[in-house]
Design a protein around this ligand. Structure first.
Ligand code: AMP
Length: 302
């Protein structure tokens, strides 16, 4: 598939090759993105947004496909948001491949890829932050101080710039999805939030841009988190309701992998994210595990 940046997004059949050539408009300017969005809305068009950090995989594409159906103008943002990375985290090495991402977006019928520069989103002297102060406290919020402040800030900025009617998020980042839903409610933002299921590799590993860091050996070990979460579900189904007892078995399972280290394994109310000591069907089981230096997360509803 050939990709060309083109002012007016269109699909055409190349008469010589009969290959479908698809175009996706790339916008880097915040002002231009706002103008396009306002013009679309003035024509009564519904704008759908999928915020991403790029290095797209099937998980992202599932959101993009759903958004394509839900809106008249489909905007995919690609922005590796420095504000959600801690000082010792992988911002610099975070995988990037804009060319490939643009092709994938074009293939899914994306109208606009919004790819702003870091210095435009956070210009010199930037000093305003948005923070949700309840749901964002535990789990990844405890393990990654400042992470959700960075997420809510950038997502609110994207909402302000793009003005979507509807925006799509993955439940793979369950806490992030809940925090964004809460921000939207608390701040009366006029956008519908949709959370979609986790897309997995055939063996069950949750798809993640960070999976690309894994060596073959690490890739095999990485499955331990998914296995531990499934084990929790089985234990509850068999009648074990003690979170501590289930956690001990999960720790044993993960402990068998030489390169795995638990960051957290927790059971929470799926709506309030309050900790659970006695488990009930439908509770959230969520975990983060380091495989050597690579931090992977996953979750399931028991
Ligand atoms: P990221 O590029 O990692 O910031 O992710 C962008 C969006 O894609 C977020 O809403 C994620 O929750 C979602 N996402 C990432 N991985 C998956 C997956 N395996 N399945 C479904 N959604 C995903």
């Amino acid at each position: 598939m050939e990709l060309l940046d083109h002012g007016n997004k269109s699909d055409l059949r190349n008469p010589d090759t009969a290959i479908l050539i698809q175009f996706v408009k790339t916008v880097t300017s915040i002002t231009e993105m706002g103008e396009i969005s306002r013009a679309g809305k003035a024509e009564g068009k519904r704008i759908a947004l999928v915020p991403t950090m790029g290095f797209l995989h099937e998980g992202h594409l599932s959101l993009i496909r759903a958004a394509r159906k839900a809106g008249d103008v489909l905007v995919v943002s690609i922005f590796v948001n420095p504000a959600q990375f801690g000082p010792a985290e992988d911002l610099d090495s975070y995988p990037r491949n804009l060319d490939r991402d643009l092709k994938l977006c074009a293939g899914e019928g994306t109208d606009i890829v919004f790819n702003p520069a870091g210095g435009d989103i956070y210009p010199e002297g930037y000093s305003t932050w948005v923070e949700e102060t309840d749901l964002s406290r535990g789990l990844c919020g405890a393990a990654r101080p400042g992470h959700f402040r960075g997420v809510t800030t950038v997502v609110l900025k994207l909402f302000n710039i793009v003005g979507p009617n509807i925006a799509f998020f993955g439940r793979k980042d369950y806490q992030q999805f809940k925090v964004i839903e809460k921000m939207v409610r608390d701040l009366d933002l006029p956008v519908e939030i949709v959370g979609l299921p986790t897309v997995r590799e055939p063996d069950g590993l949750a798809m993640s841009s960070r999976n690309s860091y894994l060596s073959n050996r690490e890739r095999k070990e990485a499955l331990c988190l998914r296995r531990a979460l499934l084990q929790a579900r089985e234990m509850l189904a068999a009648g074990e309701t003690s979170a501590a007892a289930v956690r001990r078995e999960m720790e044993k399972l993960i402990g068998r992998e030489p390169d795995a280290r638990i960051d957290y394994l927790e059971f929470r109310d799926p709506e309030t994210l309050k900790p659970r000591e006695t488990l009930r069907p439908g509770d959230l089981a969520a975990g983060a595990v380091f495989i050597n230096r690579i931090r992977l997360i996953d979750n399931l509803l028991l």
